[in-house]
Write a protein that binds this ligand. Sequence first.
Ligand code: SF4
Length: 69
Amino acid sequence: MGNRAPNCLKCEHFHVTWDPKFPRGCRVFGVKSPRMPSLVVFESTGRHCPAFSQAPRIKSVTGESDAVD
Ligand code: SF4
């Protein structure tokens, strides 16, 4: 894990909540947010999410960073 927040969109724990105000959710941390859950985790804990796990459905995707600023 680097020093950047992981990309939740590529994480198997990420899910879409369908709540228009809080569409991005993380099953590990119970986060629902309009922003990337990993950024919420970082702001809440001062540490980047340690639970990123690449989603199987996108394991074939290459050439993109797994981190977001
Ligand atoms: S486990 Fe971490 S990387 Fe995965 S969705 Fe939750 S906050 Fe994002």
